[in-house]
Design a protein around this ligand. Structure first.
Ligand code: DP6
Length: 319
């Protein structure tokens, strides 16, 4: 059996940076994200292959990535060997590749290929075993992840907004999220305060989201992201994910605000910056970020929905 699924990457407004269980990928604090339309991954899983294989954008993936994919299949009770082909509809060479959309699409495609009927929460819990943030890409929209699975708390159209993503670096980051958040938890003196902050930020972010308060929510997301980076910078050895272009974009976003354009920044564990703004301001924000030295590309993204099966077929043996 063979199935293809798509999933969108997500960006968190209240971020996940710290696990309570490293093996089960359970978060220390709840997080809130929005799925992004242009950051789409399409994954095909074909069961009954001679051995497991994983290709990402035509390239053979590392053993570590293959092991993570196998962990998702094992948890779903899929013993058959799988040929997995994953393609990102966005520039991966720029380092925008997303484990969130990748593992969400994998969990959904694999279960469909195996003929399993699972609800969204089960699929979210399976995706989580590949990458924690993937739990939120299964439901999509505005998703909250508290423990084993994530669920959609508001539809993509709850709040009209755009995320203007500035690509500020290239290639894989020196320390991935997996090791980075472990290091922060073990060594950063700020980590406890960071986790407490996230627990306060989530209910406040949900209140602002429901009230349709973009300036309030944008400002909260920017503070939350900078505090996550303060935790990372406080680690030993320190984790610095920013490139000069990242800092240039932070200043550009500040200048836009001073000039009266509502824009707020968020940054994950890497150099890229996403500016949150109203749809009517997206062109102005895009132009401002394009003018920052070192910015390679700018993508304007809108909110998107969850992971879904797009094709399913049985091979000759089943017919
Ligand atoms: C900074 O989900 O990639 O993007 O669970 O170890 O696979 P693992 O980490 P991952 O971490 C994402 C961290 C983040 C914040 C977020 O998306 O909430």
């Amino acid at each position: 059996m063979k199935a293809t699924a798509v999933a969108h990457a997500n960006i968190a407004f209240v971020k996940y940076w710290g696990k309570s269980d490293d093996a089960l990928l359970l978060p220390e604090a709840p997080s809130l994200s929005i799925a992004l339309d242009r950051l789409l991954t399409t994954t095909t899983v074909e069961l009954g292959a001679p051995e497991d294989s994983l290709r990402i954008d035509g390239q053979q993936a590392s053993d570590a990535e293959l092991r993570r994919a196998r962990a998702v299949l094992d948890a779903a009770g899929i013993r058959d060997r799988a040929r997995i082909d994953s393609r990102n509809g966005f520039p991966t060479a720029a380092g925008l590749a997303s484990s969130a959309s990748g593992f969400a699409a994998l969990a959904v495609a694999a279960c469909a290929a195996a003929g399993q009927r699972r609800d969204e929460r089960e699929l979210s819990a399976l995706a989580r075993l590949g990458s924690g943030s993937a739990a939120r890409s299964v439901p999509g929209g505005w998703a909250v992840w508290e423990d084993r699975d994530a669920s959609q708390v508001a539809t993509p159209d709850q709040l009209p907004l755009r995320l203007v993503v500035a690509v500020c670096g290239q290639g894989p980051k020196p320390v991935g999220s997996r090791d980075g958040m472990k290091r922060s938890r073990q060594t950063s003196p700020f980590h406890g305060a960071w986790i407490e902050q996230c627990r306060r930020d989530l209910p406040e972010a949900l209140r602002l989201l429901r009230a349709g308060d973009l300036p309030g929510l944008g400002a909260l997301a920017e503070r939350n992201a900078l505090r996550m980076h303060a935790d990372a910078l406080g680690s030993d050895p320190p984790l610095l994910y920013w490139e000069p272009a990242t800092v240039g974009c932070l200043h550009a976003v500040r200048r836009l605000r001073e000039q009266g354009t509502g824009a707020w920044a968020t940054i994950d564990a890497g150099p890229h910056l996403a500016a949150i703004c109203a749809p009517s301001d997206a062109a102005r924000v895009e132009a401002a970020l394009r003018a920052v030295p070192g910015v390679r590309e700018v993508l304007v993204c809108a909110p998107a929905g969850g992971a879904r099966v797009v094709e399913r077929s049985s091979d000759a043996r089943d017919r």
